[in-house]
Design a protein around this ligand. Sequence first.
Ligand code: AMP
Length: 603
Amino acid sequence: MSTFIDLGLQEPINKALTDLGYETPTVIQQKAIPQIIASTDDLKAFAQTGTGKTAAFSLPIIELADQTNANTQAIILSPTRELAVQIGKNIEDFSKYLPNLKVATVYGGANIEEQIRKLKRGVQIVVGTPGRTVDLIKRRALKLGNVQWLVLDEADEMLNMGFKDELDRVLEATPDSKQTLLFSATFPREVEAIANNYMSNPVEITSGQKNQGSDNVSHEYYLVNEKTRYPALKRVADLNPNIYAIVFCRTRRETQEVANNLIRDGYNADALHGDLSQAQRDSVMEKFRKKNIQILVATDVAARGLDVNNLTHVINHKLPDQIENYNHRSGRTGRAGNKGISIALVSKKEQGRLRPIERIIKKKFEHTPVPSGSEICQNQLFHLIDKVQNTEVNTNQIESFLPSIYDKLEDLSREELIQKFVSLEFNTFLSYYENAPDLNNLSSRENSRGRSSNENMTRFFINIGRKDKLNPAKLIGLINDQKIGDKVEIGAIDILDTFSFFEIDKNFEGDTLEAFAANSPDFNGRNVNVEVTKTDRGSGGRGRGRGSRRDGGRRDGGRKGQFSGKRRSNDETPSKGFGRRRSESSNKKGQNSENFSRRRRRR
Ligand code: AMP
């Protein structure tokens, strides 16, 4: 196995790489570094993001650049500011033991005067975005007459973003004698045209097959419809408590909407797209890099250049318009030797778009069922148990409390203690997911239209409400505790201040009354009383009967069917009551999981 020294790099560079934890060169580095050091031939490299391509072109340039000469000797063009900054930072890190080697990063949206001053002081390597680079050339602040290396990084993306004219302009400003190094993950016709027009007999190297995705990424697809797309996304997050993912969307609007929904539902998420100011984008990216954000919802362009290696998942909320972009997306995971999963949420109509992508990535998508509630519960439980197992106990801090705690729990067996502790953490979550619908059943009414008929439900009055600290999840738990029957359907729930309503499958009307009467349950110190509410369904409102009298004409208290009429389908409608106060009755979609995740993530 070769080392960086074997590839022809000097010791100060090797030392800097060791500091960065680079032990062995990656495939693309093994191929590109000696080639660029030994030959002035142009180079065309097929390299995915995450293969180590930045070091592959930067290291030989750093090795060969004349540090005693302050002229600009290398210009590296990158499609986005973020990527340019990343490359500039990498070059600074790689050359930290070469104090006379200077690099400047130039990009739009930042003070041009400062960039000009830096260029004037003399820099051997300039990293820039196409637009700002051209601007600086026009202002004669950037002189490329002595350039020996021109790097076009992510050339496909630069062309996608419409930088063809800028590329032409930069190329014009450089001498013919330069060596052009073109790095691209995909080689559509436009990139081939650039290679043909601007390079002479380039040497071709590849870190894998042309346009092919990383071997470390597995590709899955979930079949969804427009109703289940978002719940399916949440299930991916709930199934993977340690998820660290980018959710890709096609438009800024879609991005913001998905992010808003996830944030509203308590997930540790944020949006990244072009409508945000540069400062906002920087802040989001920084938080994501530090893992303060677990799920980044982003457009393709905004996510470029975001250098994170340990993403667990890439999720295609919608497939990209240009199929080549799928490769870019999935290439964000499975980097630097890690394994990753790329998930595409596709409708039946979109399914046909998977084939052309498979041809590009030379891999098959695996059809994976949307995780079920019980799978999620199991994963979450084991995650919790792992956490308990790995928790370090600081005996010093708790020592003084332990005797009285042991005392208090003395009567509980080990098993009881474990059961209680798991229930404490998990009751709400379990009751939420217990009867969650199968999101794979796309033809069912609940999934396709999110509504079920109330004709088949009986509406009950219950004498406890918000003031008793009741919330929908607790009510579901209470109903389930009565063991009314297997798979009894629970419909709409309305929690009011001192009493509430719930719906149950009509067939279980008698069983429900009997069960509550027989068990005479107690809720937070109150005897629970349940009665059938006589509502006039035909009128479309609740103008008569017990419900209307009791709720005193509240407008929001009586909406029917807001839980899609099926508590068995409580997936999209989890309880708001778990973690935050809402004055509304539990009538919005997305409630149980929302609050579960909020609780969970706050911990
Ligand atoms: P890139 O493809 O240049 O975006 O690099 C992907 C990630 O891999 C970056 O975070 C690099 O810091 C890291 N990396 C690149 N080369 C190596 C190497 N030889 N050993 C370890 N990490 C590397």
